[in-house]
Design a protein around this ligand. Structure first.
Ligand code: HEM
Length: 347
């Protein structure tokens, strides 16, 4: 099988940056962005060797419309725009995104440095629609105080859950990613009793033990996101990260789920928003809501290698990389929903 991008299945790290870009309209920008995609592996290695214990990885994901613009046919079988879900006040919106860079490392400086090099390399050809800097919060906890990631699959089960296989041989070794940026109402959440919070998540807060079925509510987050199809539990891999500002700004969870198809991720989200059965929805959504939603395909390393020109990419000094990334008016920054004038709405 073709080799997967190492970041998909790498272990949790202390830091992460999620960078979502839209490629400017026109064939020239698409061609330049495609070339830059071919340089990503070399850029990551160049920055990563500055501290090999930093475990720097970067997964590149391509959005549905961007795939056709950048690469043409064939396309990954299951790649399609984000499916929106809505029920009552709950809404999981679809937002623009052609390229996802999921950068992770033990050191935030490594993440920052690679993000700056990437922005410099793509600069002029893309518009940054979201940049989120995540951090690990105590014992792998979300800002809700609950450990996040416990039931992730490991070992062979992880590879089976995340990597495309014989079902789409041309894209074997690739992986689908779904991302959503959630903003929490933390004051309201923290007004709940711990017992109520535990019922909403489906696990105990302090020691992270799954609630017994006899006491776990049907609406618990881990009940609704447990997916059983034809008697088999279908797993996905989550690398969520908390992010936030304390001075009145936004704080929440950047959700990222990897799977060998988008279907299980969509089924989980549908159960959360609509409910299973309808109405038995995820009460977590009374305290948090997504402001972005996008799907990507992270092709294998072999696919990315086929895009390289053979020339090593120019690695800028850190200051020059940041300066070049900033030389264009489209700054990476917090996504302002409803303020995406000039961003092509592909999906
Ligand atoms: C604000 C957003 C979210 C937060 C704070 C959150 C938090 C959590 C926490 C604390 C757990 C329990 C520990 C664990 O097993 O990891 C969990 C489990 C899980 N979550 Fe989420 N989650 C969020 C969104 C989502 C979304 C959007 C999906 C899928 C589309 C999802 C899928 C899962 C799955 C599959 C599990 C494991 C269920 C099990 O097998 O027990 N989560 N999540």
């Amino acid at each position: 099988m073709a080799e997967a991008q190492p970041g998909v299945n790498a272990e949790q790290t202390r830091g992460a940056i999620f960078l979502v870009l839209v490629v400017r309209p026109g064939p020239m920008h698409a061609a330049q962005a495609r070339n830059a995609c071919g340089d990503l592996d070399a850029l990551t290695r160049a920055v990563g060797t500055r501290d090999v214990n930093g475990n720097l990885t970067c997964v590149l994901g391509i959005g549905s419309a961007a795939w056709d613009r950048l690469f043409g046919p064939p396309r990954p079988k299951d790649l399609h725009p984000f499916r929106e879900f809505r029920a009552g006040p709950r809404y999981a919106p679809s937002t623009p995104g052609d390229l996802l860079f999921h950068i992770r490392a033990e050191r935030t400086d490594l993440c920052y440095e690679l993000a700056a090099q990437i922005m410099a390399r793509f600069s002029g050809h893309v518009i940054a629609v979201d940049e989120t800097h995540g951090f690990r919060y105590f014992d792998d906890r979300d800002l809700t105080g609950f450990v996040d990631g416990t039931e992730n699959p490991s070992g062979a089960a992880r590879l089976f859950a995340t990597l495309v296989g014989d079902e789409d041989p041309a894209f074997a070794g690739g992986s689908y990613a779904m991302v959503q940026k959630y903003l929490h109402d933390l004051p309201a959440w923290h007004r709940l009793s711990t017992v109520t919070q535990e019922g909403i998540i489906g696990r105990t807060k302090l020691d992270d033990i799954e609630l017994d079925d006899s006491v776990k509510p049907a609406f618990a987050h881990n009940a609704l996101t447990t997916l059983v199809q034809d008697g088999t539990e279908i797993k996905v891999l989550r690398h969520n990260m908390p992010f936030g500002k304390v001075s009145g700004g936004d704080a929440g969870t950047y959700f990222i789920g990897y799977a060998r198809s988008l279907q299980p991720l969509e089924a989980m989200l549908e159960a959360m928003v609509i409910g299973r059965p309808p109405g038995t929805y995820d009460r977590l959504l009374d305290f948090t809501h997504p402001i972005t939603g996008a799907n990507f395909f992270a092709p294998s390393l072999d696919f990315l290698a086929s895009l390289t020109s053979g020339e090593p990419p120019a690695l800028l000094t850190p200051a020059a990389a940041v300066a070049q990334a900033r030389a264009h008016p489209e700054q990476p920054g917090a996504l302002k929903i409803g303020n995406l004038k000039g961003v092509p709405q592909h999906e």
